[in-house]
Design a protein around this ligand. Structure first.
Ligand code: PLP
Length: 389
């Protein structure tokens, strides 16, 4: 008999979602916007310490609005972390701009300051600096913000912080997502909290967020009829979904604690295996450990990361490879790429060795035990000897 499936990062409701939804129904605030949206924006802004927040229908929309507000347009260049989900960079293409990808480093798995420095130097020499740099905080881990922001400030290039995966994390005590000119969160189904689909744009530039609301509601001019003088989008979050978000945000700290505990159990049970290394946690930072992620050295363990993922699938466990770097995607085959060093493509290395383990905050210890056992059995070759695989 097949054991029940363990998902990578399933939604985990707090139990209070229905109350906010019921209230929306009671007052017939079903249509876009309404009191839950206003409150969710205020509550999230207050949680991360940003001046203001704009609730939208996805993290991707929030990134798109940020680029649009920064004036990114056809022919512009935008730098972006390469080791990330395609959603970080798709909005560059929406704006008709050109993406340039920046490698990771081994300490953070995020944007390499030395690669960014070379890319900015090169751009300055060509006389064409990027219009923005999109810095991603992967799997909850903050990028090296001090180093990266110093470089961006030196060249006066604004930063969009893609904190889709890092709500609840901090860097030097400051909430992740509040370092750039704009910060972006996602409430997609598998994120640390979810509205089933949604996102948030935060900034201290309150004036520009007013513009974000305008662009996100079809850019309707103030006139007694429907008048439009620029391109707009239909990007706002519904009042029902914002209600789900409010109930989820109430438990964000518990969710972070649960994911960190899950990471800790994996670390205690698996880190003794030679050839397995967990994604590090930067000094002076606290990651929400959205997904516990590790790398497998094939020489030491005798297996490839893909073999481990296949072995888990046989046990009805959903594990995933690390994001395939964007500079290796067919979609971006023309894009430039700046590697960590001359002969080191760190993102590609992490991709070829990386595995994301199920990390949902509702996972039981027993379920986690199944995963640990599967990893150990696979690596120790017990299965092979029994002729099962
Ligand atoms: C999930 C995610 C996004 C996009 O968020 P959506 O809400 O799914 O549009 C962007 N960047 C990263 C790094 C993500 O993981």
């Amino acid at each position: 008999m097949k054991k029940p499936r363990i998902y990578l990062s399933p939604p985990h409701m707090s139990g209070r979602e229905q109350e906010y939804i019921k209230e929306a129904f009671r007052t017939n605030w079903i249509a876009p916007l309404g009191p839950n949206v206003d409150a969710f924006e205020k509550e999230l802004a207050s949680y991360v310490g940003a001046s203001e927040a704009v609730a939208v229908n996805s993290g991707t929309s929030a990134i798109h609005l940020a680029l649009s507000l920064l004036g990114v347009t056809r022919g512009d260049i935008v730098f972006c972390s390469t080791l990330t989900f395609v959603a970080s960079a798709n909005p560059i293409l929406y704006q008709g701009a050109e993406a340039v990808f920046i490698d990771s480093d081994y300490d953070s798995w995020n944007m390499s300051p030395q690669a960014l420095q070379r890319a900015l130097q090169d751009a300055a020499l060509q006389g064409k600096l990027p219009k923005a740099v999109i810095i991603v905080n992967l799997y909850g881990q903050s990028a090296k913000m001090d180093e990266l922001l110093t470089l961006c400030e030196h060249y006066q290039v604004p930063v969009v912080e893609d904190a889709a995966e890092s709500l609840g994390s901090t860097y030097k005590g400051k909430p992740s997502g509040t370092f750039g000119h704009y910060g972006v969160y996602s409430f997609n189904g598998n994120k640390i909290i979810t509205t089933s689909g949604g996102g948030m744009l935060v900034s201290n530039d309150v004036e520009s967020l007013r513009k974000a609301r305008f662009l996100a509601t079809q850019a309707r001019d103030p006139a007694p009829y429907y008048q439009h003088s620029q391109v707009g989008h239909n990007y706002r979050l519904s009042n029902i979904l914002a209600g789900v978000g409010r109930a989820q945000l109430e438990v964000i700290d518990e969710r972070v604690k649960a994911r960190r505990l899950i990471f800790e159990r994996y670390r205690q049970s698996l880190s003794h295996i030679p050839g397995i290394s967990f994604m590090p946690e930067l000094e002076n930072s606290m990651t929400n450990r959205w997904l516990t992620t590790l790398t497998i050295d094939e020489k030491e363990t005798g297996i490839k990361s893909s073999q481990l993922i296949e072995a888990m699938e046989k046990e009805n466990i959903e594990a995933r490879p690390v994001w395939k770097p964007l500079h290796l995607q067919p979609l971006f085959k023309e894009a430039s790429f700046f590697s960590h060093s001359e002969d080191e493509d760190v993102a590609q290395q992490l991709f070829s060795r990386g595995v994301c383990l199920p990390s949902g905050s509702s996972m039981t210890e027993e379920e986690q035990g199944r995963i640990v056992e599967c990893v150990m059995n696979t690596i120790e070759g017990v299965y092979a000897r029994q002729g099962i695989i």
